[in-house]
Design a protein around this ligand. Structure first.
Ligand SMILES: [Zn+2]
Length: 129
């Protein structure tokens, strides 16, 4: 394993801040999207009434699927943000979780929650497709 030189607190700070902001924003978006996707009207009657617009099946269904898809990918990002914040606390932030190599700061600026260096990320992405 490569020798790890921890990032200084001052170095990590801007990344931590942007992660926290990103997390708050995603949490807000996720809950908004979730309530939109589930279309819980919040009606006082506990009965399972089918919303009338559902009867018009067509583009509505397609849009709903897209919303759920978007919600899932944002949830995934949220998970990555959480583990990035954990790595900040543990002092391993800025290092690839695959090869322990240092992640370039330019990459962290673009993707502060990424757990991988450029090389591992491209290998993992090519595995997925
Ligand atoms: Zn790596």
């Amino acid at each position: 394993m490569a020798k790890m030189t921890k990032m200084k607190k001052a170095e990590v700070k801007p990344f931590k801040e942007s992660l926290i902001i990103l997390r708050a924003r995603l949490r807000g978006d996720v809950s908004t999207l979730a309530s939109a996707a589930l279309s819980t009207s919040g009606g006082s009657s506990g009965s399972s009434s089918v919303p009338s617009h559902i009867a018009d099946l067509g583009s509505d269904t397609y849009e709903q699927d897209n919303t759920i898809l978007l919600m899932n990918s944002e949830g995934e990002t949220l998970t990555q943000i959480e583990s990035a914040l954990e790595r900040i606390e543990g002092g391993t932030y800025g290092f690839c979780t695959e090869c322990s190599g240092k992640i370039p700061k330019t990459r962290l600026k673009a993707l502060p929650y990424t757990p991988y260096c450029v090389k591992c990320a491209s290998e993992i992405e090519s595995d997925n497709y």
